[in-house]
Design a protein around this ligand. Structure first.
Ligand SMILES: Nc1ncnc2c1ncn2[C@@H]1O[C@H](COP(=O)(O)OP(=O)(O)OP(=O)(O)O)[C@@H](O)[C@H]1O
Length: 242
């Protein structure tokens, strides 16, 4: 049984079809990349899987249960954690407080939530910043804070929305190592990422969206050679280099 199954998802915004008949599965322990040009419908699909947006039609199955229509809190409780494309830290709170907000989804008391938050910060390497205000963090630290807060909800599936965007190659490499460590802990990862040089060596499989539809899916090495993917997204320059 797949951990996640997205089945014929459609989402309309007025006359605009952001997702049309999107279907794919995600196996336990996989890292799956969701790629495609701007406006292809990636964030919309993330929001539908995470319960932030209902689909117009179609279904989302998680651990064999139909979770279509559950709200974001229920999806989080079910084991789906997410980050946002635009970083949403609580700027006037400390790093520890930010992560404690996530930990409350699992912990029954403030003390237990703070303990879980601190353990998660230690894991992601942000513990030395625990008592700083979120506003004081550098952009890569803020992205790491987002991931830490999502991890503190103890997800089985983590949705990462462009967490490497805007990072230097060294910072992105640290991000890649964090994603690998997350999988090592048994957490399945679905990630949206634009930087192909980062995402392709990292993912087991990639699903390519274009104009809201699945263009193709497969192993990264196959996907980047697909002429339709090159035309729609990668461009000839990337293809020639690989
Ligand atoms: N709340 C909304 N209301 C109206 N249209 C929307 C809304 N959210 C997304 N759209 C439209 O749906 C389409 C898909 O957008 P979406 O953000 O899902 O794409 P994306 O692949 O994540 O793009 P990007 O890579 O730029 O983040 C776009 O045309 C967008 O303008």
């Amino acid at each position: 049984m797949s951990l996640l199954r997205v089945d014929k998802i459609c989402r309309q915004f007025g006359g605009l079809a952001a997702n049309t008949d999107v279907s794919f599965s995600l196996e336990e322990g996989e890292i799956l990349g969701l790629i495609g040009p701007n406006g292809a419908g990636k964030s919309t699909l993330f929001s539908i899987i995470a319960g932030a947006l209902p689909p117009t039609s179609g279904q989302v199955w998680f651990e064999g249960k139909n979770i279509t229509g559950l709200d974001a809190a229920a999806c989080c409780a079910a084991g789906i954690g997410r980050t946002f494309q635009v970083v949403r830290s609580f700027e006037s709170m400390t790093v520890l407080e930010n992560v404690t907000v996530g930990a409350y989804n699992r912990a029954k008391s403030t003390k237990a939530a703070q303990k879980l938050a601190m353990e998660t910060l230690e894991w992601t390497g942000l513990a030395p910043q625990a008592h700083r205000l979120a506003v004081e963090l550098t952009p890569p630290e803020k992205r790491r804070l987002e991931v830490t807060r999502a991890l503190a909800t103890k997800p089985r599936l983590l949705l990462l929305d462009e967490v490497m965007t805007g990072l230097t190659p060294t910072e992105a490499q640290a991000g890649v190592e964090l994603v690998r460590a997350i999988r090592q802990k048994g957490i399945t990862v679905l990630m949206v990422e634009h930087v192909m040089e980062i995402v392709m060596p990292l993912v087991d499989r990639a699903v390519v969206l274009n104009f809201g539809k699945v263009l193709t899916e497969g192993k990264p090495t196959e996907v980047i050679k697909n002429p339709e993917v090159i035309k729609a997204y990668l461009g000839d320059r990337y293809a020639q280099g690989h």
